[in-house]
Design a protein around this ligand. Structure first.
Ligand SMILES: *[C@@H]1O[C@H](CO)[C@@H](O)[C@H](O)[C@H]1NC(C)=O
Ligand SMILES: *[C@@H]1O[C@H](CO)[C@@H](O)[C@H](O)[C@H]1NC(C)=O
Ligand SMILES: *[C@@H]1O[C@H](CO)[C@@H](O)[C@H](O)[C@H]1NC(C)=O
Ligand SMILES: *[C@@H]1O[C@H](CO)[C@@H](O)[C@H](O)[C@H]1NC(C)=O
Ligand SMILES: *[C@@H]1O[C@H](CO)[C@@H](O)[C@H](O)[C@H]1NC(C)=O
Ligand SMILES: *[C@@H]1O[C@H](CO)[C@@H](O)[C@H](O)[C@H]1NC(C)=O
Ligand SMILES: *[C@@H]1O[C@H](CO)[C@@H](O)[C@H](O)[C@H]1NC(C)=O
Ligand SMILES: *[C@@H]1O[C@H](CO)[C@@H](O)[C@H](O)[C@H]1NC(C)=O
Ligand SMILES: *[C@@H]1O[C@H](CO)[C@@H](O)[C@H](O)[C@H]1NC(C)=O
Length: 824
């Protein structure tokens, strides 16, 4: 310490850091110029601190690239790479600078290896500025009319909001996204996303040639194949198309500027739209195209077989091995597989193989690529010998006198499950030594086991032990099976993950929820479903539907377990728990600020809107209450437990109407017995909105006894134009936007109208909360009037009446008259 204090150099450095670092750090921290170059571990940062640019080494790679990344998140955050194909290994002796009017990267031996290649001016005012939208812009001084070059015109694998993806008719350049080669190498890979100017659609291409997905044409609002893109409430992005003689492109912006977003052409061959909310470290996946991994053209390469129900998705056919195991380890499967043993046919190895002819491996339940040729043969044997006689034939398939022959490498093989009716049987040619018994796929293994077992009972025991061990291993590694986007967990595996269901997070009418930790250290919430009386098959069908529902305001279902009578659901764990624990708090504890409450309300509304109107089948949640609104680490709300109504089936309404803590949120139609529509959720949402305002449960009486039921009191104040601030949670101490508060109270009043036709749709609620449409003063809901006048007759708002209304449920016609009769 003393040394440091008395050392004048150290003191100077502390006082004038600029003297000791490259000058540019203190001048324009977002600018590169001829005398402010970038080298070593220096970076530049956009003015608002959103993006950063510098030398970076992706993953375990030993190479450095000039990368731009989101500064706020550390995970998977690279949005742009300059020198994709030409890395440097020593960043300290490499330099990114302005040279002859261009931004140029010089490698260790001062050779230019990457350049913007636009101008040839010797002007000294040329500079590159990193902007807050992620655009690196080269201009000739601050007064230059037009940028000389922009990174937005030269995207790498990511399409950022505000940047263009399209065709430049002046330069004849297609501004396309190209995937990385693998997870550590940003060099251009095989998959690309680009605009097809012939029909204004996007296409995903393999090797710039084979299209395996198209967005459909732009219809002015959205693309034909992705209508949800045009839905602003759902998608949060505003897409627009621009075209003139010079260029045609699409661009998009986030409706909500606090949401960071990126659209990536992933190494998986899928385009993924991801968003980052607030300061979270996690990217939320909005959508993926193509949705199924195995739809990606040639994803597993030659002789690779894609199986959506296994991880990894790609496997080599029997008798083959990955051409490059290291590439497979980096998730680049495109190199495919090679034979372990050469074929006899066409190769001069007849002596080694004793002249034994090649044989065929039978593979059932396959989805096949198009065959090279089809010939007519009488039967399977004839088809086989046709293939055998041609050394270039690598596989055949036979069906009803049609014999399909493949020559050369086989691409796009897909393993289907046995119950998929489109599955076909493929016969793959292998060297005879690879196949002991050509008819049975497992023949070799079984044969070996039988042989040994016959020899010795001791050995048999050993083998059994081995097999058991092997099985155990599979179970311990657990996530053996992936169904669609869901993981089918083994029960014992979840038992381990939750430490035998020891850490309870919550409970409810449909089962308890436990915290668990998966071996990949992801934390999950495991729900043990009770009262599910569906069969296995129906359960899986429902689950797979729920699994496809993904929205930033819905809790993501990760997997499930369905074994014997056990039914469990595995969800993402939400670190901030449920809304009720934050909303209904004692004074002096952490009060949820008004702004946060508003965002939670809006997010919840968006999630519900998605369920109601954006899923293939409308999903009515039926159980909206603060306990079912979960909050992630950034207080982004996620609606939980959707889709349970169908899972639980017949018992659902019985459980719901008798469940403690739910009744106060139920719409009158639950009691009156008329059909339930999405408007029942709107009602519950409205009831909950009042609780955002008051910070207390509606069912909880006020201490002074004057206010019996908060919503009716609030409604009367709204309608009579009273002071809305008197409604506000006193813990907020008046820190509120009165306009927002009024809007929330009004929309809440509309939501709880008895007549469901008078309630707004969830889509309208979203628009109102977004401020896109105004909301009038609402009429007073009738049942609230009744409540004020004849409290004792309203049975569905209070806990104590639960016995009453479960009777009402079982005898609906009486019940409806009971509720509705006291109308004035
Ligand atoms: C880097 O290598 C280590 C050890 O081989 C491995 O555990 C880790 O997952 C790798 N990291 C990445 C990002 O691939
Ligand atoms: C710099 O780049 C040039 C051209 O690509 C190459 O020949 C040279 O070996 C590189 N220098 C180093 C030290 O890698
Ligand atoms: C991609 O196409 C080029 C020709 O356009 C070809 O030379 C190359 O082999 C192809 N790549 C793969 C992996 O098939
Ligand atoms: C969407 O973007 C277009 C073009 O950038 C703009 O004119 C329009 O106002 C935007 N709409 C919304 C709702 O942000
Ligand atoms: C592209 O530019 C040429 C002239 O260079 C023009 O004839 C053509 O119409 C333009 N194409 C589009 C799609 O605007
Ligand atoms: C197209 O580009 C040319 C040359 O840069 C320019 O003069 C012209 O105004 C542009 N046309 C349009 C419609 O922007
Ligand atoms: C095959 O091997 C034999 C013995 O080594 C040799 O005599 C013959 O020329 C080879 N044939 C071909 C086509 O290479
Ligand atoms: C076999 O061919 C017939 C038509 O000849 C077709 O209907 C049937 O689906 C095919 N079966 C399989 C398994 O491909
Ligand atoms: C096979 O195809 C022929 C005509 O192509 C048809 O008459 C016959 O019913 C088919 N048989 C089967 C089993 O599909």
């Amino acid at each position: 310490m003393d040394v440091m204090k008395n050392n004048p150099v150290v003191m100077l450095a502390a006082l004038f850091p600029c003297l000791f670092f490259k000058i540019h750090i203190c001048l324009g921290a977002d600018t590169i110029s001829a005398n402010q170059p970038l080298s070593g571990d220096q970076t530049i940062e956009s003015a608002g601190g959103i993006f950063e640019l510098g030398f970076h080494k992706p993953g375990n790679s030993s190479n450095y690239y000039i990368c731009m990344w989101y500064k706020q998140t550390s995970l998977d955050n690279i949005v742009w790479v300059a020198n994709r194909e030409k890395p440097v290994s020593d960043r300290f002796s490499s330099e990114l600078t302005i040279s002859n009017g261009n931004l140029v990267l010089f490698n260790e031996s001062k050779t230019p290896i990457w350049s913007t290649k636009v101008s040839s001016t010797t002007s000294t005012t040329v500079r590159a500025v990193l902007r807050d939208d992620g655009n690196l812009v080269l201009t000739d001084g601050p007064t230059s009319p037009r940028p000389l070059w922009e990174s937005f015109d030269n995207p790498a694998h990511i399409w950022l909001p505000g940047s263009k993806l399209g065709y430049n008719n002046r330069t004849k350049r297609n501004q396309r996204l190209i995937s990385w080669k693998n997870s550590e190498d940003p060099a251009p890979g095989l998959f690309s996303l680009e605009l097809d100017t012939s029909d204004n659609s996007y296409k995903i291409l393999w090797n710039m040639s084979e299209s395996y997905w198209t967005s459909g044409s732009w219809n002015g609002k959205s693309f034909d194949n992705i209508p949800e893109m045009g839905m602003r409430q759902n998608f949060l992005f505003n897409f627009s198309y621009f075209t003139d003689v010079n260029e045609s492109y699409f661009t998009y912006s986030s409706i909500d500027s606090t949401i960071k977003s990126r659209c990536v052409m992933d190494v998986s061959g899928q385009v993924k739209q991801l968003s980052l909310f607030g300061l979270t470290q996690k990217w939320n996946l909005f959508w993926t195209q193509p949705q199924r991994q195995c739809k990606v053209y040639a994803f597993c390469g030659a002789y690779g077989s894609c199986n959506e129900k296994s991880l990894p998705f790609c496997n080599c056919l029997r008798g083959f091995e990955p051409k490059s195991q290291s590439a497979w380890d980096l998730k680049d499967y495109s190199g495919g597989c090679r034979r372990k043993t050469k074929l006899q046919c066409g190769n001069n190895i007849s002596i080694v193989q004793n002249g034994e002819k090649d044989k065929f491996l039978q593979m059932s339940s396959m989805s096949l690529a198009e065959a090279a040729q089809a010939v007519t043969t009488a039967n399977n044997e004839e088809c086989e010998s046709t293939c055998l006689s041609d050394c270039s034939c690598t596989a055949y398939a036979f069906n009803n006198s049609s014999c399909s022959i493949w020559t050369g490498d086989i691409l796009n093989l897909k393993q289907l499950s046995e119950d998929e009716s489109t599955g076909k049987t493929l016969y793959v040619r292998l060297a005879a030594s690879e196949l002991q018994s050509p008819k049975k796929q497992n023949g070799a293994v079984i044969g070996a086991v039988v042989g040994v077992a016959a020899g010795s009972a001791v050995l048999l025991g050993l083998i059994a032990l081995l097999i058991l061990r092997q099985r155990k291993k599979v179970l311990r590694h657990g996530k053996a099976v992936v169904e669609g986007s869901l993981v089918a967990f083994d029960y014992r595996y979840l038992q381990n993950a939750t430490k035998n269901f020891s850490e309870k997070l919550g409970g409810g009418g449909f089962g308890s929820v436990f915290k668990g930790r998966l071996p990949d250290s992801n934390v999950v919430a495991v729900k043990q479903l009770e009262s599910v009386n569906q069969g296995e098959k129906q359960f899986r069908t429902e689950i797979s539907t729920i699994g496809t529902i993904q929205h930033v305001n819905l809790v993501r279902l990760r997997g499930f377990c369905s074994q014997a009578k056990k039914r469990l659901l595995v969800y993402d764990y939400m670190s901030n728990g449920s809304l009720d624990s934050h909303l209904f708090q004692e004074k002096n504890s952490n009060v949820l600020e008004w702004k946060t409450r508003y965002q939670i309300a809006l997010g919840t509304a968006r999630g519900l809107f998605y369920l109601h109107e954006k899923c293939r089948d409308c999903i009515i949640h039926c159980d909206i209450k603060p306990e079912n609104i979960l909050l992630d680490d950034e207080f982004c709300p996620k609606v939980a437990d959707f889709g349970l109504a169908k899972l639980v089936g017949r018992n659902f309404s019985r459980v719901l109407t008798t469940m403690r803590g739910t009744r106060g949120y139920l719409a009158p139609e639950w009691i009156s017995g008329v059909a339930i529509t999405p408007k029942a959720d709107v009602y519950s949402f409205g009831i909950m909105l009042f609780e955002f305002v008051s910070g207390r449960r509606n069912t909880e009486p006020f201490a002074d006894g004057k206010v019996k039921f908060f919503p009716s009191w609030a409604a009367s104040i709204i309608i009579e134009g009273g002071d809305v601030l008197t409604l506000l949670d006193p813990n907020l101490e008046g820190n509120v936007d009165v306009e927002d508060l009024t809007r929330v109270c009004r929309v809440a009043c509309w939501c709880i109208q008895d007549d469901e036709n008078r309630r707004p749709s969830m889509g309208q609620v979203v628009q109102i909360l977004e401020g896109a449409i105004d909301v009038n003063s609402p009429p007073i809901p009738r049942s609230l009037e009744i409540f004020v006048e004849h409290q004792e007759n309203i049975i569905f708002f209070t806990e104590s009446s639960s016995r009453h209304s479960s009777q009402a449920r079982s005898n609906t016609s009486n019940a409806s008259s009971k509720v509705k009769s006291p109308t004035p």
